[in-house]
Write a protein of this length. Structure first.
Length: 522
């Protein structure tokens, strides 16, 4: 009877409901998408009254110094909780399976917080990170891992080893940095874009990713869609530079670097022969001008790298067939030889075209599309982002100004540009060139304190010429409809929106638009 009573009063791992709730919130933070609003809710649950309102979602702001202030506070709370739980386990406290799982995840987050800054310095310090460089804190990391997780009651899953955990931490740190610093803006469309990038890297389930998917994501092709100038290459680069890199404890180094793992190819700017040469490589004499053997991106790209095919919707049918074979079999042949090569990297593609429409018009292969769209990221237009949040315009201007003139001058230039834009273009300006156009606008304001949008100037010419020709009676009904459809399409950039505005069928709009008019601005 004494032993039964003694068993009932054995100390337990969690001493209060509040303590367990904090552990559960830490567990959620460790595995949630940091670019969604739910991250802030978990922070609030941990810190209570100590929570510092920062942003609705995490985003870079050049006018706010430092990181999210709640991160440091949560790291302190996690370290304290992990220490208390470890002492109790070492003293023989009883624990359930779910409590031990919570302890494991609290300790992993504690480890990440402890090595957050050294992980950042590994790839951000002068000289940058190279594969093969020894990790100076590996022994300390392995020791802390064993101290926290080497207790007898804790049974670690096979995937939870010091080397794999360090590799995952390094990947998470890079992924956050490249996503956070590549996509500026406080609007929800910008936040959703950052969240999409995170999911393209880790899927929606980070636990499953770290257990079984970490070395398989290269097999999944990512397709990035969105208008020209919306930052599709920035998205691709963030994904490519954030891939999992194994850590070798014997050499105390990562097996590959990440800096030269991104191979972009802008397909719209090249002829079919040059596209094939850049992608597949060629042998000497394969075509006129092939004076030496050359390896293509598919051969140069390492297993943990990524080839970025920008404007995939522009390529002709023959190249589409060859790309389909690469995606299906991972094999290709350099031009001028029948020897096969194996591509082991990841493919990321992008387009500003409506591929569904291209398939209907038989300009794009349906089977290739289904190989491309296993993972799709949609980059929003700048117009959508500014319409969502009044802070988006000044935030982006500060972000771009910092790149252009540095931190000290950025706030002044951003305010000057914002004033000019509001006075001359208006808050509702459509920004048809998206972020790329805003960057050019900022440069023009810096140099001349003026900016003349190309599309606005062309639209003005169209209006004047349309009005003149109409008043002089020089237009047939068909001419009038075609030029007016072209004018509205130039402003909206969308067949559907043009059709809605004109009260016409979408197919009629597309048939009436004059591509030469759009191209030449006549």
């Amino acid at each position: 009877m004494y032993f039964n009573i003694h068993f009932l009063y054995m100390p337990t791992l969690f001493r209060s409901t509040g303590e367990r709730q904090v552990a559960e919130a830490v567990s959620e933070i460790a595995y949630c998408n940091p670019f969604l609003a739910e991250r802030m809710e978990w922070e609030r649950r941990i810190l209570g009254d100590a929570f510092t309102p920062f942003f609705t979602v995490w985003h870079p702001r050049s006018d706010v110094l430092g990181d999210n202030p709640n991160v440091v506070k949560i790291a302190g709370e996690t370290e304290r909780l992990a220490g208390q739980l470890r002492e109790r386990l070492a003293a023989g406290a009883e624990s359930t399976e779910s409590e031990r799982r919570l302890y494991l995840e609290v300790c992993l987050y504690d480890l990440y917080c402890r090595y957050h800054q050294p992980l950042f310095e590994m790839f951000h310090r002068p000289g940058d990170f190279r594969g093969g460089r020894q990790v100076p804190f590996w022994n300390d990391f392995a020791g802390d891992f064993q101290r926290l997780l080497g207790l007898r009651p804790i049974q670690l899953p096979k995937s939870v080893t010091p080397a794999h955990v360090l590799a995952c931490f390094f990947q998470v740190r890079r992924a956050f940095h490249f996503t956070f610093r590549s996509i500026a803006g406080s609007s929800m469309p910008a936040a959703r874009l950052r969240a999409q990038i995170w999911q393209s890297i880790f899927t929606h389930d980070l636990r499953r990713y770290q257990q079984i998917l970490f070395d398989r994501m290269g097999e999944v092709t990512t397709l990035i869609t969105g208008p020209s100038g919306a930052g599709k290459e920035l998205v691709a680069r963030a994904i490519a530079l954030s891939r999992y890199i194994p850590f070798d404890p014997r050499t105390r180094s990562f097996r590959e670097g990440f800096e030269e793992s991104f191979f972009p190819l802008h397909l719209a700017a090249l002829s079919p022969t040059l596209i094939e040469s850049e992608l597949f490589g060629h042998r000497r004499g394969a075509f006129t001008g092939a004076v030496a053997d050359r390896k293509g991106w598919l051969e140069l790209c390492p297993r943990l790298g990524a080839v970025f095919l920008d404007e995939i919707g522009e390529v002709d049918g023959g190249i589409q067939v060859k790309l389909l074979r690469v995606l299906e079999t991972r094999r290709f042949q350099p031009l001028g030889t029948s020897e096969e090569r194996i591509f082991e990297g990841k493919v990321i593609a992008a387009t500003n075209r409506d591929l569904a429409e291209e398939i209907r018009e038989r300009r794009f292969r349906e089977d290739l599309y289904y190989r491309l769209c296993a993972d799709t990221v949609v980059a929003p237009s700048l117009r959508e982002r500014i319409a969502d949040s009044p802070d988006e315009l000044p935030t982006l201007l500060r972000f771009l100004a910092q790149r252009l003139v540095g931190e000290e001058e950025a706030p002044g230039l951003a305010r000057e540009a914002e004033t000019w834009i509001l006075e001359n273009l208006g808050r509702d300006y459509a920004w048809p060139g998206n972020v790329r156009e805003m960057s050019q606008c900022l440069s023009n304001v810096l140099i001349r304190r003026d900016y003349r949008p190309v599309e606005t100037r062309r639209a003005g010419d169209w209006r004047r010429r349309l009005a003149d020709d109409l008043l002089e009676g020089r237009l047939t009904a068909d001419d009038l409809l075609g030029r007016y459809c072209s004018l509205v399409y130039a402003r909206t950039g969308s067949y559907a929106e043009t059709a809605r505005r004109l009260g016409l069928d979408r197919r009629t709009v597309k048939a009436r638009i004059d591509p030469d008019l759009l191209k030449d601005g006549q």
